[in-house]
Structures are given as C-alpha cells and as structure tokens.
Design a protein around this ligand. Structure first.
Ligand SMILES: [Zn+2]
Length: 259
C-alpha cells in the first residue's frame, strides 16, 4: 500500500518524522510520496527521500503560494534526482478568495511551460500532480492546451461530484482520493469515486490534513491512515481489501514508479 500524496517536511510533526514513518511501515505501507508545496519544500522533500528508501518526492509550487516570487526554474535542478517521481503539486484553488485566481493561473502556467520545455530537452516525462479545488473546468482547459500527455496528470484530493469526475476521465487523467471521500457529508465525492476505473484510481492521505473516518478530527493526519481510505473505497466496490490494494498499488507503480 502506498500513500501517493502526503506532506512530511518541516515541523509538521511535533515528535519528528521518524515515528511517523515507522508507524506507516508497521501499518504495511511500502511507499510514501512526499509532495512539495514550494521550492524550498521540494528540496526538503528530496533530502527526506534521500534518507529513506520508502520515501519519494515531487517538485512544484502549490497555488496557495501564488502572489509571491518563486524561483520556479530551481525546480529543474531539484527534480533531477532518481527519487523525484512527479511535478507538483500545482493548479488552481477556487475555494479561497486569496491568492487571486489570476496569480494562481500565472504560477500554474509558468510551471506547465517549464515542464514542456523539460520534456523537449529530454527530461524524464514525469507525471503532474494537480491541486484542483472548485476549478476543475478551468484546470482542464489549461492542461488541454499543453503538449503534456493527458495520462500524465493526476487530479489529487478529488472533492467534486460525478459530473465533474466524468470530465476528468474523458480527458484521460488519473484521480486520487483522500479521507474526504470517507466523510458522511461527502456522498457526492464517494459517488464520483465509483466511476473511476481501478487503473486510474489512487489513494492518499494529504497528511497532515484531512484525517479519514473513523479517526476524523484527530490531528495531524498520518500516512498510516491511508488504509482507511483504501478500505472505504474497497467496500464501496465490493472488493476485498487485498484486491483493491493490489490494483491501486499497480496504478501508483505505473504512474509514479514507486514501490
Ligand atoms: Zn497536498
């Protein structure tokens, strides 16, 4: 079982990261993807991945960081590492009024342009982890205008309903779900998850946020809790935990090459 999206750097965990990783291993996790939210964080995630054989990392700047300067070009050097398995997270967040969407869009497009240039220059064609909240249509519009293959995009922490996931699937992207899908007030998200074929479905925690049921409300969330997201989705599909885990692990391995 992999946690395909978590934030493990900095001082997010009071007791340090070692017990968090140990707990994940004891729960049966064989891999965790430490996702970056800005350039310094990408370097920190790289260092963590270098120190632990079961941690991988991504390089990107989160839309909530828009509106201030980022040396986005530094992501190129950081990503030139065997354990960098994705760009991101990047995208658009329409939930909060700040930073303004125009600034988010600039930051997102800048990173997509850089990925396209890296592709042309012969870099590994890494997948792109998308943060898209109340902005799926616009994100789809923007990525459809790139030369990046649609199968390389992952809509992380999907929190929209069935009509929206259908558009994402028609586009050709993969989708991953967090603890949000387990929440009682998120029935539309659960209904959306039913539509995603197993070869494009992944699970994640987005730790330290979004603790899944039955531990909702406990903070911080930790990668070990990804098993609760997986169990919830497995039971909705009438699959055994083992069969679901095998299928989604295979998807994560194909898309990110982790494990
Ligand atoms: Zn995240």
């Amino acid at each position: 079982m992999f946690d395909t999206h978590c934030h493990l750097t900095g001082d997010r965990y009071k007791g340090g990261i070692a017990p968090v990783l140990e707990e994940a291993r004891s729960a049966g996790l064989t891999g965790m993807l430490a996702v970056a939210v800005d350039v310094a964080d990408a370097a920190a995630a790289r260092d963590l991945a270098q120190a632990h054989s079961d941690v991988w990392f991504s390089a990107g700047v989160h839309p909530s960081e828009a509106g201030r300067d980022h040396a986005v070009e530094d992501l190129l050097a950081i990503s030139d590492h065997p354990k960098c398995v994705a760009w991101g997270e990047m995208g658009l967040d329409g939930h909060w009024p700040d930073p303004p969407l125009a600034a988010q869009r600039d930051l997102f497009v800048k990173q997509l342009n850089q990925i396209q240039s890296a592709d042309v220059a012969g870099a590994r064609p890494l997948p792109v982890i998308l943060h898209s909240r109340k902005a799926v249509e616009e994100v789809l519009d923007i990525i459809a205008g790139t030369t990046i293959d649609s199968g390389r995009f992952v809509f992380h922490c999907f929190t929209e309903g069935p009509a929206c996931v259908e558009k994402v699937l028609a586009f050709g992207a993969a989708v991953s779900f967090t603890g949000v899908v387990t929440y009682r007030n998120a029935a539309d998200v659960a209904a959306a998850s039913d539509l995603v074929p197993l070869d494009r479905l992944m699970v994640e925690t987005d730790s330290p946020y979004l603790t899944p049921e039955p531990h909702r409300g406990t903070r911080p969330n930790r990668p070990a809790n990804v098993i609760h997201v997986a169990r919830f989705l497995a039971s909705r599909r009438g699959l055994s935990d083992e069969a679901f885990e095998e299928a989604t692990d295979e998807t994560a391995r194909r898309i990110f090459g982790i494990g």
